[in-house]
Design a protein around this ligand. Structure first.
Ligand SMILES: Nc1nc2c(c(=O)[nH]1)N[C@H]1C(S)=C(S)[C@@H](COP(=O)(O)OP(=O)(O)OC[C@H]3O[C@@H](n4cnc5c(N)ncnc54)[C@H](O)[C@@H]3O)O[C@H]1N2
Ligand code: MOO
Length: 438
């Protein structure tokens, strides 16, 4: 009946999972870099080489709470014959005048405080009497309670070698040394280093802004009561959460009814704040599949979205294209909850990570021994079953069945079990590919 007025023509070919993925990734390029505040750059890819502007530490300082001394003065110190030194004052961390330590003298010093001139070692307070005139001290007394300890005498019970408990200038990094290379993904420690180097902002590829939009006249917002024929909209929540977990800034748009005009105007409104759009539902062959209906009817200026069938299960019907004046990528995922989530993991997540310029865009895949048989798998389609992977045992157990409406099983899985296109069953204890989630 091809060519009959009003009837959609058959898509003539089935795409493999890899062909669809390659097509999506070939049309997506990393976002242009921007300068971001340090904490906003977490998880982003650095695009500049960072060179150390000032050595770290910037000055010689104490690694212990104790006394800055001349090492030679303490050489003979023992528990039985402690060496008395005159305390000439306190040096706390922070700015301030530094006293000069002469022979027979000590300055009480706090961890991180600059080493005063004349001193070449620090004796920890535990190696002294702390100025109290008794045995070894466990700690210093607070200055507010015992201001006299900043003067008087301290008895040293153990010798300190020259350089002991001193962190020298540049012992971490020196001026001009490379600190971080372009391409580094900024985690907590890298952000800490940048802050230590005095960087307030940094040049990175930004997180993509993703708009997630679900469609379906049956959908009701969670928290609201269901009427006849209605279900709660779970996809937009699952997909928004997945986009955030992938590193994106994701915005969830409440479910749009199966109405072409509403969908078209909602998409138009959302384009302005999106680097990528994700829709769920309305892509199969029904009479109310409004996503497909609306997006296949776009004018040339509005963009092109192609709908195709993939040799996979779940996730057979998929749409992909570029829309709006800026040609924003749009992935139209099938509405069945497991189908939309599996499609996200296989296609949207790599797309988002490509936009971020990240090195690893795919989930890790490994081999595992399957604990139970898979009685049947559709021939010619790559099947993604939900599984529970046990890393220690090297096994994976199927969770729930193949149905793409099984939301609970998805929530109890930590992996996808891959059954290849050519396989129609899998025997227990055989090796399978497993995609690790999260
Ligand atoms: N005659 C055929 N029917 C179907 C085919 C086919 O090839 N021929 N393919 C099936 C497959 S496979 C899939 S997957 C679905 C895809 O359908 P749509 O993308 O058009 O999705 P809907 O019809 O809108 O919904 C399907 C299903 O999922 C529920 N749903 C939708 N959105 C949400 C949401 N946001 N939260 C929770 N649940 C949602 C919806 O109520 C339906 O039950 O088509 C098959 N049909
Ligand atoms: O592809 Mo559908 O996603 O099998 O349920």
């Amino acid at each position: 009946m091809n060519g009959t007025t009003g009837q959609t023509r058959h898509q003539d070919r089935v795409w493999s999972v890899d062909e669809h993925l390659d097509d999506v990734l070939s049309k997506i390029a990393p976002l242009d870099p921007i300068e971001l505040q340090l904490l906003d750059a977490q998880g982003c890819v650095l695009v500049e080489d960072i060179t150390v502007p000032v050595a770290l530490p910037p000055f010689d300082n104490s690694s212990m709470d104790g006394y800055a001394v001349r090492a030679a003065d303490t050489a003979s110190a023992t528990q039985d014959a402690p060496v008395p030194l005159t305390v000439i004052g306190d040096i706390a961390a922070g700015p301030g005048e530094l006293p000069s330590v002469g022979p027979g003298q000590a300055a009480r010093i706090m961890t991180g405080a600059p080493l005063p001139p004349g001193a070449d070692a620090v004796v920890p307070v535990e190696w002294t009497d702390g100025g109290a005139g008794e045995g070894p001290a466990a700690e210093m007394r607070a200055h507010s309670a015992a201001p006299q300890d900043a003067g008087g005498e301290v008895r040293v019970h153990r010798p300190a070698a020259a350089g002991a408990h001193i962190r020298t200038r540049g012992s971490d990094v020196t001026e001009g040394e490379p600190a971080l290379a372009a391409g580094t993904v900024l985690g907590p420690s890298q952000i800490g280093l940048l802050a230590a180097l005095g960087r307030g902002t940094v040049r990175v590829r930004p997180r993509p802004r993703v708009v997630v939009l679900s469609t379906g006249s049956e959908l009701v917002q969670p928290g609201e009561a269901l009427g006849p024929g209605q279900i709660h909209d779970s996809n937009s929540f699952q997909l928004t959460a997945a986009a955030r977990a992938a590193g994106a800034l994701a915005y969830r748009v409440g479910a749009v009814a199966d109405d072409a005009e509403t969908l078209r105007s909602t998409l138009e409104d959302q384009l302005i704040r999106a680097d990528l759009l994700v829709t769920s539902g309305g892509v199969s062959v029904g009479a109310y599949d409004v996503v497909k209906e609306t997006l296949t009817a776009l004018s040339a200026e509005e963009g092109t979205v192609e709908f195709r069938k993939l040799a996979m299960q779940p996730g057979k019907p998929q749409g992909f294209g570029l829309i709006g004046p800026d040609r924003i990528p749009l992935l139209a995922l099938p509405g069945n909850p497991v189908s939309s989530y599996v499609s996200f993991e296989l296609f949207v997540r790599p797309a988002l990570r490509t936009l971020m310029g990240l090195p690893d865009v795919h989930r890790p895949t490994l081999r595992a021994r399957i604990t139970d048989a898979i009685a049947s798998s559709p021939k010619g389609r790559r099947q993604f079953l939900r599984g529970s992977h046990d890393a220690e045992a090297g096994t994976v157990a199927p969770v729930g069945g193949a149905g793409s409406h099984l939301i609970k099983a998805m929530a109890h899985a930590n992996a996808l079990i891959v059954v290849p296109e050519e396989a129609t069953e899998v025997t227990a204890d055989s090796e399978v590919d497993v995609v690790l989630l999260g």
